[in-house]
Design a protein around this ligand. Structure first.
Ligand SMILES: [Zn+2]
Length: 365
């Protein structure tokens, strides 16, 4: 008996050392032999007062596996530019943008912020897929003020106006977006401060799209890169002193030379420091889950939010692939502190991103 107990201890320790302790299935054959069960479960099993964890709700038991949660499925980071009267390569009409949002809502997508994605904080409700909206270039038609009956109001056909329309219509859509800005955010310089403050106060984010919109690979010094990024950070900071700009969209999707990659992540310009947690490329496919070892937060894929000239890599091509089951989308388990994945994806789980969260691995039927 004693010998068997020791061998089970050794197996248990081996499991812990090999990182398998989060696999909740007690399927090792040793533990299924009736003779062993006495020694596997020592005294505390008989003392109910000594088991505070068991009396609390078990977060894993609360998870509904019938919705097939898959927190290693893909998440789309949509890349929009303008919203305007004519449908073009880098512009969506107001009605097409409304169509996109309606499709997302009707097909169980729920918006999250890029910043939350980069931190692995997914608060999406059970059975839903997170989706991230980004707008590059800080165009006036992203956030436009107009005069109406003597008042200054948000243009109902600009991006923010349409997003607010959906926020009011569907509070559970969790409407948010990130706007990537250059030197003159949203035109109308008389309203810059008002717009930036309004965005942050209303649950939106702003990110960096650099000072000159140059291709990063053409820059040949750390100083140049720090000036391109730091100057825009300082402009935003001058209006939003308490807001941390943590995200960057690379102009033209151009990456810096390897030697200067560090300056994109961290740097200083005119006495102000910046730190980047997520860098966005331009195309052409959905991003991986933040918990996926394949995710590179310094080079995140985006999907072009358009239906023209997208080479079968536009947003609706991927939406259709998910509908047909040709690709796997992230399906939330509903608990931000638990990461639930099908066993077949186990090898891709990035435990560093999981951190303190509970891992829940299950076998599909
Ligand atoms: Zn741009």
């Amino acid at each position: 008996m004693k010998k068997k107990y020791l061998s089970i201890m050794a197996i248990t320790i081996a499991f812990i050392l090999s990182g398998c302790f989060f696999a909740q299935d007690d399927k090792s054959p040793e533990q299924n032999e009736p003779d062993n069960q006495v020694s596997v479960e020592p005294k505390e099993a008989e003392d109910p007062e000594e088991k505070p964890e068991k009396s609390e709700e078990d977060p894993i038991e609360e998870i509904d596996l019938s919705i097939q949660p898959n927190e290693l499925g893909e998440i789309m980071i949509l890349m929009y530019h303008g919203i305007g009267e004519e449908e073009m390569d880098w512009q969506r009409t107001p009605d097409n943008f409304r169509k996109d949002l309606q499709y997302m809502y009707d097909n169980k997508y729920q918006m999250i912020s890029l910043n939350d994605y980069a931190k692995g904080e997914i608060k999406t409700k059970a059975g839903y897929t997170p989706i991230i909206l980004t707008f590059d270039d800080g165009r006036q038609n992203n956030f436009n003020y107009i005069e109406k009956d003597g008042d200054v109001v948000i243009d109902s056909d600009c991006a923010v106006g349409i997003l607010e329309e959906f926020k009011n219509k569907y509070p559970d859509f969790d409407v948010t977006a990130s706007f990537f800005l250059n030197t003159n955010p949203f035109g109308q310089s008389e309203y810059t401060e008002q717009k930036l403050k309004w965005l942050v106060d209303n649950g939106y984010d702003v990110g960096n799209h650099t000072y000159s919109h140059l291709e990063m690979e053409t820059l040949d010094s750390e100083e140049d890169i720090q000036a391109e990024i730091g100057s825009v950070n300082n402009i935003i900071k001058s209006y939003l002193p308490d807001y941390a700009v943590e995200t960057l969209a690379l102009p033209h999707g151009s990456n810096p030379k390897d030697a200067y990659a560090g300056s994109v992540m961290e740097g200083e310009y005119e006495g102000s420091k910046y730190k980047t947690i997520a860098i966005l490329d331009v195309g052409w496919r959905p991003a991986y889950s933040p918990f996926d070892t394949l995710t590179d937060f310094t080079s995140l894929y985006r999907v072009t939010a358009s239906e023209i000239n997208v080479d079968n890599c536009g947003m609706y091509d991927y939406f259709k692939s998910y509908e047909n089951g040709n690709r796997e989308r992230f399906i939330s388990d509903g608990n931000p502190d638990v990461v639930t994945i099908p066993k077949r994806h186990e090898e891709y789980l990035n435990m560093e991103m999981v951190g303190e969260k509970t891992v829940n691995i299950y076998e599909e039927n």
